[in-house]
Ligand binder design. Sequence first.
Ligand SMILES: Cc1cc2nc3c(=O)[nH]c(=O)nc-3n(C[C@H](O)[C@H](O)[C@H](O)COP(=O)(O)OP(=O)(O)OC[C@H]3O[C@@H](n4cnc5c(N)ncnc54)[C@H](O)[C@@H]3O)c2cc1C
Length: 471
Amino acid sequence: MKHDVLVIGGGNAALCAALMAREAGASVLLLEAAPRAWRGGNSAHTRNLRCMHDAPQDVLVEAYPEEEFWQDLLKVTSGVTDERLARIAIRASSICRGWMRRHGVNFQPPLSGTLHLARTNAFFMGGGKALVNAYYRSAEDLGVRIRYDAPVDSLELDDGRFVAARIGAERIEARACVVAAGGFESNRAWLREAWGEVNGEWPADNFLIRGTRFNQGVLLRQLIGAGADAVGDPAQAHMVAIDARAPLYDGGICTRVDCVSLGIVLNRNAERFYDEGEDFWPKRYAIWGRLVARQPGQIGYSIIDSKAVGRFMPPVFPGVKAKTLGELARGLGLDEAAMLRTVADFNAACRAGSFDHAVLDDCRTEGLTPPKTHWARPIDTAPYYGYALRPGVTFTYLGLKVDERAAVHFGGKPSRNLFAAGEVMAGNILGKGYTAGVGMSIGTAFGRIAGSAAALVAAPRARQASPHAAV
Ligand SMILES: Cc1cc2nc3c(=O)[nH]c(=O)nc-3n(C[C@H](O)[C@H](O)[C@H](O)COP(=O)(O)OP(=O)(O)OC[C@H]3O[C@@H](n4cnc5c(N)ncnc54)[C@H](O)[C@@H]3O)c2cc1C
């Protein structure tokens, strides 16, 4: 049976594409590599979507205009972004929630202790798991055919035109195809290759993957090999410092360690290596994965005292707790004398100020390298806590180059019927850096665009749903 539109992937971008194509009247088959119980990719781990809005809107307070969103993106990417595509995603984020609601997604204001995002980000009621469940339900109701345990190995192409997908010996034809199969973050061999060998170590061997194990980048690699234009650097990724005890895959949000700005972070030599108070945590949490990745053994230790307790969302595993700093060093396996020296130097360098974690306060160190420029208070009040940290990869940025119709490009020319959405093309907008919630903004915008464009090619007489219309 030949379908109009084949969607490869089973997360947010794939589901948005499948729903839009089906709403436009196309017949749609969605292939999800994971079994049903693990469906939804990294999208199942998410909590929110960054949304532009000019005035308060249900769960979003105040305003977050297009220009501010764009400037935020420009800042975090240091300009390594495609402004045209970025603005498409930004504008789409202001009109997509009515459509999302129609497909069963509900929103809620942020819970206290999240990353202070009440103005900019709409939170999904029940998180990303509820979002993907709602989309799957809606897709089934609309007649989208869904297959689980269906990892596509390769695509058959003819001069940049999609012909068929292959799963083992099986060949699946369609008139158009949307690839929404995520990045390659779950592929440890590829991460190893991308990060290479540094001082006799292979840093990627110590990375943990925060999300799904199914984003192996099989089609990304095949398409680039077949001449699809690529964007982004394979070593760029969203990386967070997470609890070293997190599982290799799917640890999700609860393994993140959020007390970095309230204390100090040491490497395995018990030395500090970066300004823990450089900026507000929501603006800095996504750099700490890379910082830890550059340390010997790719391990760090976040140390706090009892003054920090209650000021951050506790991670799922309790930290090592100790009555003295010496006991804490032993509990973490750090050299006791070295850690006591580092903490003593830090404590001596702290200048008294008025501590306020909600502003860039004046509690800072003096004469210390690296400095701690805000929220620097001596670590002197028992009990003490420590968390071992590992780099946690959220998603990779190497992707397929696309245009405003989400068409994959071959040698600078757009494919007639092959489209890409979500993480697999997010690198067009996120050359580096990250701002919370933009992954889902990009996936929702380009998933909807790709689904509409694929339906238009595959079933030109079908009713066309515009991904740019507010519904
Ligand atoms: C812990 C965590 C928390 C996050 N929180 C947020 C957040 O709150 N807000 C936000 O904006 N972003 C967040 N992100 C990032 C966000 O998850 C991604 O940007 C977004 O989900 C990407 O959607 P996607 O559909 O492209 O990829 P995914 O949701 O990862 O979906 C990819 C799908 O493709 C399937 N697949 C892969 N290869 C194949 C193949 N060969 N054949 C068939 N299927 C295949 C996978 O099984 C999966 O279903 C978070 C990520 C993680 C890991």
